[in-house]
Ligand binder design. Sequence first.
Ligand SMILES: C[S@@+](CC[C@H](N)C(=O)[O-])C[C@H]1O[C@@H](n2cnc3c(N)ncnc32)[C@H](O)[C@@H]1O
Length: 220
Amino acid sequence: MTRDTPPDAFYDILRGVAALTGNAVVADLARLVADEMPPDLWIAFNHKQIGSKRWLVDALAQAMPQPQGPVWMLGAWYGVLGALLLADERLAIPAVVSLDRDATCAPVAERLNRRHVASGRFRAITADMTTLDFAAQQPRPGLVINTSCEHLDDVPGWLATLPPGLPLLLQSNDYFREPDHRSCVGSLDDFKAQAGLSDLLFAGAQPTKNYTRFMLIGRR
Ligand SMILES: C[S@@+](CC[C@H](N)C(=O)[O-])C[C@H]1O[C@@H](n2cnc3c(N)ncnc32)[C@H](O)[C@@H]1O
């Protein structure tokens, strides 16, 4: 592929991969690429991003496959994780709420997940996660996922605002060099101490080339 490759070529290849694999998320991605995609969509769909989200889906399928309410996905970016959660047959997720403070994310997330928007299982909203009152949400969230803990100024302070007992899946990392990262942790034990979850169902670390990603599943 060259700089001059027509955009239709990416659509055709993705449609071909969807036909070859029967993967509905690839078919949804093909439609997104055909419409109009943001210039950094390739980052959200690169193998590292997808790898860390598959790790998350596999861990959730073991630890908490049937959340008792909608799954809130915070710092959700273009809604890729929501698409993977709703596609996985090991999980029984009633609905996904995909939240990001960047207003350019919600329209892309809803176009990627258009089948689930149509069936009422997906919606995307623009908000700052640190200002939300989760105790006031109806229906009550069955699980809150935050894969961007490293981006927050004060992780313990944010967690203290959540209702006690709320099911949580949290990810952070030790990528201290990235300028947007404010709350990185040096180890899985440091992340456990930072989060202080009351009922820990899963704790794991996934090394990558430049940093290690950490994940916890439990309750506030
Ligand atoms: C680079 S992305 C994803 C990083 C994450 N480690 C992942 O792979 O899922 C981080 C996203 O979090 C969002 N974000 C950061 N702080 C936020 C906040 N306080 N409320 C809502 N979204 C936030 C950003 O707008 C961005 O889209």
